[in-house]
Design a protein around this ligand. Sequence first.
Ligand code: HEM
Length: 136
Amino acid sequence: MSQKLFTYAEVAEHSTKKDLYVVVHDKVYNVSSFVDEHPGGEEVLVDVAGQDSTEAFEDVGHSDEAREILDGLEVGVLNRQPGDPVPKASKPASQSANSSSGGAGVGVGLYAVLVIGGALAFGAYKYLEMQKEKQV
Ligand code: HEM
């Protein structure tokens, strides 16, 4: 099956309730037929109509069933061009491992504190040593 390539601008043309495309993980879906059936309501889908809704879709933690429905609505693949909006959640789970209060940020911060603290301690140690030498 050959997949149709869509530019972001082409997807954006389908942004009404009756003609509603969304992008999820760089695939293009025509969810027009599903809008009325969406358990989360039509409004949220109309909100992301013609846009990349990867983040909105993943934030809700949709079930496998929801993903299967999505599979059935695929109409093509997004041909992302420089300058197109990039979803925050475009990386597979591992990196941004859900939004559990920015664990990675704290890790990096802690690491920086350790490195900088270590460097300062080393500098102070060397300084004191020099002072000692001067006294002798
Ligand atoms: C793009 C295609 C989408 C499909 C095929 C889809 C499908 C579904 C399905 C099948 C459910 C039932 C629960 C489940 O199986 O996880 C659901 C629930 C829900 N969806 Fe979506 N969804 C889509 C996009 C979105 C988007 C963009 C939002 C934006 C916020 C959203 C918000 C919700 C919410 C809040 C619920 C929970 C409703 C409740 O439990 O009362 N969905 N969706």
